[in-house]
Design a binder for this molecule. Structure first.
Ligand code: NAP
Length: 311
């Protein structure tokens, strides 16, 4: 029987941010299940990281339909964790999932049609063994589906009780602006935008999305705040065999350039002068950007998460 730490909310007033001008508080550090939680990862390690997170006030778990290897298996891990550990604490959790990228064969398995989004959300709920998600995202903008079809589907999944809030991830600014007014007019205001923001990728600052969200009272949650591990000490002395880069898939070894290593050495010095690790300095930097509600970190060990929470 899992019994979470009674002190998990002892830093409630400082460890959470309000998400835009909504009623939702999100932990400054959220946990992402993209890597390290699928069927290819040891279940007991996934369980230990997830429990550690919840024990330390990380109430927000971020999924997408296709997370894990094979795709969908991170949500299945969550389903097992719901059964074995977390069901009594469902109301303390803020669980998000997304649909947009390729999930199954044929014409209805990706992008932004009503057909795909509704089927995908139903599948996610079955895999996670929950009745509703707290937040459902469109994972990417579909240039070939009428934007109203995608947005009306977001409205309808809320009306159907399958999601409490809706979010948008990776959309360009123009359709995002359209989405904000469409959703607001239908009383399902956009809760949050999810975009990649870290010291090596400042796109949401450069393209105006971060400031637009702030002005509109919409939360912004940053994914890959550690640039998938580049902004840590992980690759300073080589490529560890158990690292994401060693798999040469989403993070390839050509990213480990002499310029990056020299940037990291400087960052390491700056971090040390603030009594922080490189990762802690990088997370602090993202959280200090005005308008950022939370960072979604990944972790392949409890020790990584433990260190990342000490910011
Ligand atoms: N909306 C989207 O399109 C989108 C895209 C990407 C991600 N996301 C979300 O954002 C989440 C986080 O993405 P991410 O995994 O790329 O985030 P990240 O936090 O930038 O990178 C996580 C990786 O960094 C390494 N790491 C973490 N803490 C460390 C530490 N203290 N010391 C050394 N290494 C450390 C680990 O690599 P090793 O595994 O090598 O140990 C870990 O897997 C995802 O799980 C997902 O929920 C969303």
């Amino acid at each position: 029987m899992y019994s979470p730490s009674p002190s998990r909310y002892e830093h409630l007033s400082t460890a959470f941010n309000r998400c835009g001008n909504s009623g939702v508080l999100l932990p400054k550090v959220s946990l992402g299940f993209w890597h390290n939680f699928g069927a290819d990862a040891p279940f007991e390690r996934s369980r230990a990281i997830t429990r550690y997170a919840f024990d330390h006030g990380v109430t927000h778990f971020d999924f997408a339909n296709n997370y894990g290897v094979p795709a969908g298996s991170a949500e299945e891990t969550m389903g097992r964790l719901m059964d074995e550990d977390f069901r009594p604490f469902r109301d303390e959790l803020f669980i998000s999932t997304k649909a947009g990228y390729g999930m199954w064969e044929g014409p209805y398995g990706e992008w932004g049609s009503r057909k795909y989004l509704v089927s995908s959300l139903d599948q996610s709920l079955r895999r996670m063994k929950i009745d509703y998600v707290d937040l459902f995202y469109s994972h990417r903008f579909d240039p070939d589906t009428p934007v109203e079809e995608t947005l009306q589907t977001l409205v309808d999944v809320v009306r159907a009780g399958k999601a409490l809030y809706v979010g948008i991830s990776n959309w360009p600014l123009d359709p995002l602006q359209q989405a904000v007014s469409y959703l607001r007019d239908r009383d399902v205001p956009l809760l949050i935008y999810q975009g990649r923001l870290n010291m090596l990728n400042r796109e949401p600052m450069d393209n105006g999305i971060l400031s637009f969200c702030r002005e509109q009272g919409i939360g912004f949650i940053a994914y890959s705040p550690l640039a998938q591990g580049l902004l840590t000490d992980r690759y300073l002395d080589g490529i560890p065999a158990d690292s994401r880069m060693a798999k040469e898939h989403f993070l390839t070894s050509d990213r480990r350039t002499p310029q990056l290593l020299s940037y990291l050495k400087d960052l390491q010095q700056e971090a040390a002068s603030n009594n922080r690790t490189i990762a802690q300095e990088a997370l602090r930097w993202v959280l200090d950007r005005q308008g950022v509600t939370s960072v979604i970190v990944g972790a392949s060990s409890v020790a990584q998460l433990e260190s990342n929470l000490q910011i």
